[in-house]
Ligand binder design. Structure first.
Ligand code: NAD
Length: 488
């Protein structure tokens, strides 16, 4: 079995304890991971705090920080193949996706590298003649970054990149499910030349490692991606240190197809919107709302594509649907489907676990037109399951789209320009994709509201989340300050 190491204060070690990581394609243990306990987490935060105050990091110019981030981006690009292979091995995410995604992760670091020396303060036109007042944007401090198993290199890049660009230091907790890519990334980060302690990577379980990290008195900001229930625990923990939080949570994103849409194009977008990453994607377009006039034709296309998907080992370039990351995730999908069928949903295709080792689950479609309250309409699967509702009018589509506690992403397929604009205004979600789906870029803010969380990742605004404003007052008069106790 391979062994991985945690990364604290610029050194690697096996951690206080270890746990086995299971290969999602077989269900068998394949590697030993360090399990960070309280003492490890404390050591990591102390190292990050020392680095934050150190002359090597605090005294470094923003441009020099940017150069280090460029170097890191180059190293990621050079090692993209190895990183992709390890992520595929430990999480089951298919190799054709990990290869493409990790190549793009390097671009995220390049974007933040360029941003490092563009985080500007401001000068205020203050209402006092003998004062100069300006604002300094300073790094907020030690950042606790927490990611789930899916796309960890990507989800960590949108935290580590802006945090380091702003001059913060970071303790990143990898997911206990499939942490290998982050521990491999630590080796690459170590070569980039950052001062020790600037980034620390630990892995462990939420109840100990995650809780100790998020309530640590020396943590100033928690950047979290994961589920809403964990987010609640993090907010409770941050009541201890009063850290600020940015929360990227789940979704039940509507994918709306009007009867004038290009159905072939929309079908391709819907298939990638729900079945890419085996459905383990926060922005999965998991609620298809389709106008009744084209519902049968559209579902026929989706059914044919779902049934033609090649399910196979994640490391095979021919595979289109790999295993889910964990047995727990597969059991959740099975339970949610069973409940939804009891509640009146009907199965269009899929739903049955294939008879093979590993956590495989087939592309599944449930028609909920006559079961609009079914659990599969309201709850996140985080698996390759699409729930469908037919609608007649635009108003009905808007009402259905917004009938959710989440508010992350949405997609609208129509050829009607004015309707597209009305939908953009009416949908309550952090992202609206029109005649496209799943497009992302380092320049574009990403995030949601409601049960999908708060804060944005990507873009300039995300870097500002890692700063705090210092207001500076400077008196320009040479006259002595008058005695305040002498009345005039
Ligand atoms: P999760 O919330 O169970 O776990 C996420 C991370 O939080 C893990 O590293 C876990 O160890 C840690 N954690 C657990 N308990 C903790 C605690 N008490 N304190 C601190 N950390 C703790 O999520 P998951 O099931 O692993 O991931 C799936 C969820 O993530 C889905 O809801 C999905 O939509 C969401 N997600 C959101 C985005 C986004 O950008 N909006 C992206 C990917 C995934």
């Amino acid at each position: 079995m391979q062994s991985f190491q945690q990364y604290i204060d610029g050194t690697f070690d096996a951690g206080s304890a270890q746990f086995e990581s299971l290969d999602p394609a077989t269900g068998a243990p394949w590697a030993l991971m360090p399990e960070a306990k309280s003492a490890d987490v404390d050591r990591a935060v102390e190292a990050a705090h020392r680095a934050f105050l150190s002359p090597e990091w605090a005294g470094m110019t923003a441009s020099a920080r940017g150069k280090l981030l460029y170097r890191l981006a180059d190293l990621i690009a050079e090692n993209a193949q190895a990183l992709a292979e390890i992520e595929t091995r430990d999480t089951g995410k298919i190799i054709r996706e990990t290869r493409a995604q990790i190549a793009y992760v390097a671009e995220y670091y390049r974007y933040y590298a360029g941003l490092a020396d563009k985080i500007e303060g401001a000068h205020l036109p203050i209402d006092k003649p003998d004062m100069e007042v300006w604002l300094r944007r300073e790094p907020i401090g030690v950042v606790a970054a927490i990611v789930p198993w899916n796309s960890q290199l990507f989800l960590s890049a949108v935290k580590i990149g802006p945090a380091l660009a702003a001059g913060c230091t970071v303790v990143l907790k990898a997911s206990e499910d499939g942490p290998a890519p982050m521990l491999e990334f630590a080796k690459i980060f170590d070569q980039a030349g950052f001062p020790k302690g600037v980034l620390n990577i630990v892995t462990g379980f939420g109840a100990e490692c995650g809780a100790v990290l998020t309530r640590h008195p020396k943590v100033a900001h928690v950047a979290f991606t994961g589920g809403p229930e964990t987010a609640r625990q993090i907010i409770r923990n941050s009541a201890e240190n009063l850290a600020s939080t940015s929360l990227e949570l789940g979704g039940k994103s509507p994918f709306i197809v009007f009867d004038d849409a290009d159905l072939d194009s929309a079908a391709n977008a819907q298939v990638s919107g729900i079945f890419a990453a085996t459905g383990q994607s926060c922005v999965a377009g998991s609620r298809l709302l389709v106008q009744n006039g084209v519902k049968d034709a559209f579902l026929a296309r989706l059914k044919a594509k779902a049934e033609a998907c090649i399910i196979g080992p994640p490391d095979d370039m021919g595979t289109e649907i790999g295993p889910l990351c964990t047995a727990r995730q597969r059991a959740h999908a099975q339970e949610l489907i069973a409940r939804s069928l009891d509640q009146g949903a009907t199965l269009v295709t899929g739903g049955t676990v294939p008879d093979r080792a590993g956590y495989y689950f087939p592309p599944t479609i449930l028609d909920c037109t006559h079961a609009r309250e079914a659990d599969c309409i309201t709850q996140e699967f985080f698996g390759p399951v699409l729930s469908v509702v037919g609608f007649d009018t635009e108003d009905e589509a808007i009402a259905l789209a917004n009938d959710t506690a989440f508010g992350l992403a949405s997609g609208v397929f129509t050829q009607n320009l004015t309707r597209a604009h009305r939908m953009i205004r009416a949908i309550r979600a952090g992202i609206v994709w029109v005649n496209t789906y799943r497009a992302v870029s380092p320049m574009a803010p990403f995030g949601g509201h409601g049960m999908s969380g708060h804060g944005r990742e990507g873009g300039l605004a995300a870097a500002l989340d890692y700063t705090t404003v210092k207001t500076v007052w400077l008196r320009t008069s040479d006259d002595p300050i008058p005695d305040p106790f002498v009345m005039r």
